[in-house]
Ligand binder design. Structure first.
Ligand SMILES: NC(=O)c1ccc[n+]([C@@H]2O[C@H](COP(=O)([O-])OP(=O)(O)OC[C@H]3O[C@@H](n4cnc5c(N)ncnc54)[C@H](OP(=O)(O)O)[C@@H]3O)[C@@H](O)[C@H]2O)c1
Length: 417
């Protein structure tokens, strides 16, 4: 354990994992007074009332929310000047949670931009924060080559495999560059770091997230339920059940994977940051809700059921589409609209139902990639959680719970019907 109470700074606090890290810290995970102060940094403007984080009280750490910090601009010195002016007690920062990511169609450009943003943050804090103890950032299963059709490694995926990612793939993924950067920047310093590797992240964000599968499917399912006159109370009404096929192929429905709720990832990141003796030194840890893998085919009926729908297997014309497609590729000639096409076609309903926030608050540019999830991810890619278990972190949970909690939050804030 480190020295307490700490000052956590969270970059990317409006994103899927970042929002959950701030939420968990405000809920006093792991204990009241572990942290006395949280600084949440966002790029796009977010107000506290829009954030839906818990209201302040005497038990919680004090939160400062800073918006409008675009990390692409300038260098570490410029960022240090901005943070010095904006962050109260920046010199007391002890734990740095880095959850920033920006996508770019060109892989090399994506690596360069994301690497530069992390470099700026680390340079700034090496200058500003002498008490810094721990830095943590998320990688992802892209680092195991899941963007290559059929994948690269035979699962369960273990942390050592990332070192054998073929170079042509490694150069389009920022995680190896981040590791190199953090190893160099922490040399001779009092802080250490680790990386956490999730597959699909299931969580809430207050203002959308380009790669939120839970939000994408929730918008689809809620519009579908509305258009078919069904809802959570359908079962009691005695109306006929409305079926909705899984948006993918049979192989996509049956392949094994390991989803992770943003809350669980956030909790482990905080846990790791407080156990630098066992989690530091630049280690990588897989993370998922449950050490037993699951399939989208198992999850789909339970997700659809929350909306009063009956989730079934892939539609007839998708059942034979079992050849692995590339990321963002969709089968030719499918009759069923993809979730993204369905949302686009019916999004006016959100406005008509007083949910105009749902129109701009969806997944935007990530829509096509998310539509392809059920067609492209046709191979087993589950994670080994053996290393995670050895840290003593909490045990497994139902992988559906994170989806249902997220759906409820989306409904509470008007992102779905
Ligand atoms: N989504 C998934 O299912 C998934 C799965 C596995 C791994 N991952 C990995 O997890 C990491 C985080 O992804 P995520 O899905 O959580 O992302 P996300 O929800 O889109 O969050 C990214 C965060 O980065 C911030 N950001 C983007 N550009 C910025 C800039 N120029 N300056 C400052 N902040 C900026 C965003 O803020 P604004 O929105 O305000 O710009 C947002 O808070 C990535 O490395 C990703 O590859 C994601």
């Amino acid at each position: 354990m480190g020295r307490h109470p700490g000052h956590a700074i969270v970059f990317g606090a409006s994103g899927l994992i970042g929002w959950a890290v701030v939420d968990q810290l405000l809920r006093c995970y792991p204990e009241t007074s572990t942290f006395s102060r949280i600084t949440a940094v966002t790029n796009r403007e977010v107000t506290f009332s829009e954030s839906h984080w818990p209201e302040p009280n005497a038990e919680r750490p004090k939160l400062q929310l800073i918006s409008g910090i675009d990390l692409r601009h300038g260098d570490g010195v410029m960022l240090a000047n901005s943070l010095k002016q904006a962050v109260e007690d920046v010199e007391t920062v002890t734990h740095l949670f880095y959850l920033v990511f920006t996508a770019h169609p060109n892989g090399t450009e994506e690596v360069a931009t994301n690497r530069r943003m992390l470099q700026n943050v680390i340079d700034a804090h090496n200058f500003l924060s002498p008490d810094l103890q721990f830095v943590v950032f998320p990688g992802g299963t892209r680092g195991y080559g899941i963007y290559a059709p059929g994948g690269v490694f035979t699962p369960p995926l273990t942390e050592d495999m990332v070192n054998n990612l073929p170079p042509e793939q490694a150069k389009t993924v920022v995680y190896p560059a981040n590791r190199e950067l953090l190893s160099a920047a922490s040399k001779g310093r009092d802080w250490t770091w680790c990386e956490v590797c999730p597959d699909a992240i299931i969580g809430f964000t207050p203002n959308g997230s380009q790669f939120s599968l839970a939000l994408h499917w929730a918008q689809y399912l809620s519009l579908y339920a509305h258009n078919h006159g069904t809802g959570p109370s359908n079962q009691e009404s005695g109306r006929p059940a409305i079926e909705i096929p899984f948006p993918g192929s049979t192989a996509g429905a049956n392949s094994l994977f390991s989803p992770a709720s943003a809350t669980k990832i956030a909790r482990f990141m905080i846990y790791a940051s407080l156990h630098s003796d066992i989690c530091g030194g630049g280690q990588l840890f897989n993370i998922a809700d449950n050490d037993a893998p699951c399939t989208y085919g198992e999850l789909w009926p339970r997700l659809a059921g929350w909306f009063g729908l009956v989730g079934t297997g892939p539609a007839g014309d998708s059942q034979t589409q079992n050849n692995a497609l590339a990321v963002g590729e969709l089968p030719q000639g499918a009759q069923q609209l993809t979730p993204g096409e369905y949302i686009s076609k019916h999004k006016d309903i959100f406005t008509q139902c007083g949910r105009s926030k749902a129109v701009d608050g969806g997944v935007g540019a990530g829509s096509r990639q998310l539509d392809s999830v059920g067609y492209w991810l046709t191979f087993d890619r589950h994670l080994s959680l053996e290393k995670l278990k050895k840290t003593g972190f909490e045990g497994s949970q139902d992988p559906v719970q994170g989806w249902l909690d997220s759906f409820q939050m989306f409904r509470n804030v008007g992102l779905i019907l």
